[in-house]
Design a binder for this molecule. Sequence first.
Ligand SMILES: Nc1nc2c(ncn2[C@@H]2O[C@H](COP(=O)(O)OP(=O)(O)OP(=O)(O)O)[C@@H](O)[C@H]2O)c(=O)[nH]1
Ligand SMILES: [Mg+2]
Length: 695
Amino acid sequence: MTDLKTETITGGRPGSGAHRVVALCGPYLSGKTSLLESILYATGAIGRRGSTRAGTSIGDAAPESRKRGMGTEINVASVDYLGDQWTFLDVPGSIEFQHDAFAALAVCDVAVVVCEPSPERVVALAPLLKCIEDRHIPHIIFVNKIDSAEARVRDMLSALQTVSNRKLVLRQVPIRRPTNDGGEETVGYVDLVSERAYRYKSSGASDLIEMPAEILPREAEARREMLETLSEFDDTLLEQLIEDIAPEKSLIYRDLHDEFGADKIVPVLLGAGDRENGVRRLLKALRHDTPFAAETAKRRDLLTNGATNGSAVTECFKVLHQSHAGKLSLCRVWSGTLTEGQSLGGHRIGAMLRPFGQRLDKISEARSGELVALAKMEALSAGHTLSAAGIAPSADFPAAAPAVFVVALAAKNRNDEVKLSGALHKIVEEDPSLAFEARGETHELLLKGQGEMHLKVAADKLAGRYNVAVETATPRVAYRETIQAGAQQHARYKRQTGGHGQFADIKVEIRPLPRGSGFRFVDKIVGGVVPRNFIPAVEEGLIEYLKEGPLGQPVVDIEVKLFDGQFHAVDSSEMSFKMAARIAMSEAMPKCRPVLLEPILKVTVAGPSDSTPRLQRLISGRRGQLLGYDTRAGWNGWDEVSALMPEAEIADMIVEIRSVTQGVGTFRTEFDHLQELSGRTAERIVEETKKRQAA
Ligand SMILES: Nc1nc2c(ncn2[C@@H]2O[C@H](COP(=O)(O)OP(=O)(O)OP(=O)(O)O)[C@@H](O)[C@H]2O)c(=O)[nH]1
Ligand SMILES: [Mg+2]
């Protein structure tokens, strides 16, 4: 047990009724939701353990999660454990839903990083550990599924150390036993501080057993490694090790507590979440070593200069829109107490709820450290803090990652368009790593996000929760066209219908301009051959025509000079000059060797260095022009490859990037230039455009 008497703890001590928040994070399917289930069971919050596979767990009850057997949003559940309240935030592991993980990490006191016991898959932890380390969040690594581990724990530890910038400290060694089929299985563990051995049970707390003799050498070695690591931060311990004095357990516990709280070491625990193995050991470690809310607020610099004067400060980290409860702002209280009906910073606190999976329990107050859902706080969304001073953005709240996957979205039923727009606002408020945008050039509504699954889940939400069925398609590329040669053109518009007629006559000269010039109109009329008041009409006619050139795309980088013409005193009008301009263009343009222009983006692709050659091949295979590569700033062992690539090649690129980077690669883009495109690809695009425009 930790000797807490000697410690100065700000904000509480275990058993004092404090509220602490744990983020359960880790790669896709590593077992977070199953572990949560075991925690809820072990602490008596539920009477029987459900399973994610059977769709009976407390977490993942959202229909989108159940349908796919994976986490798609944060699961929240609070439990009472040995006199304290604990809120667990079980987050989705898929990188496409990572924003929820980062939001939970922003408000937690501690992170439990759940991973599988496979050394070759540790790279999947890199983006998460980077976020955790950048924010200095104390974290434990829980090597899960130890029942199915094939690799040795020491190999797992070395692999984990390659993705962690903090010193890892193994807290347990496994007790292994040969199986009938010639393999080995983990049947228990030795705790390296207490030096006690335990045997796992299929359910319930592990049994204390006698230390197996054969494990002693391994245990001694692992314990020495643990003490050596701790002695790097504690001179007293270092001296004792040098002088061969056995250190007091209380000293070891204190060092573990302090270096963990200061984010200098990362304890590594073992277990199997879906059968409660190692779960109570994890809970004990959390109970003794998790910082209290006041310390977390200090780490984040949330309550500077005591500006709160004892009044409540609360931060929203996630919004949910529910059909019954309406908008729920999931908040952590950082200071003071929130009470129903209270007015804070000009906002009235309405109904207050404590989430437990899908269940919402009404509460009347929430104290410092507590996690609460505030109902119908329309002005309070994720990343914002509410205090006596009103609502303001939290300075260090994680920004949403740029979109890497885009689809064109449309309501199946035209009458649903207004409903669709309302629903989109809500799902984007729930998940800011989604975005939508009406793109004028292609007349499409774009839905942007973090991957194919992310957008499929968004479409499911639109249909299931908002009753708007949608269809999605690959977005069109905003091609342009220009000309490669100039021409002169004479055009006359003349009609004689009934009363007075229509007459306009113009001569224009067309020529190509350099890339990026857009459209330029030059008026060279002398002697009033085209009267002043009709010249804007000519320009208007030109602009109208240029919206769709001979190849079906908007025309750019072109100059049209009006240099001659004729008019009729009675029959000329703005309308007839506009018509003449259109006629001139449609006759001249095909003679000017029109050519398609495609948008080229500057692309920066990031991934672990050993995937760099594969990323380069991928880029070249997609008509990309490599510009070079460099190390990725702030990312140990990662590279960034930069290239120029056609926009058309990027729509589904993230899928391939992930497949060559164990799922962790990403990219960002910015528009660079328009580039001429000819040959078969261009012909195909023109054909498709014409077909679509005829339809
Ligand atoms: N062998 C073994 N399997 C486990 C253990 N824990 C979970 N699993 C299995 O791993 C799979 C994923 O479990 P989940 O708990 O849904 O994983 P998760 O990390 O919550 O998944 P996401 O939220 O989608 O990232 C399920 O099939 C579980 O039955 C374990 O300790 N041992
Ligand atoms: Mg899950």
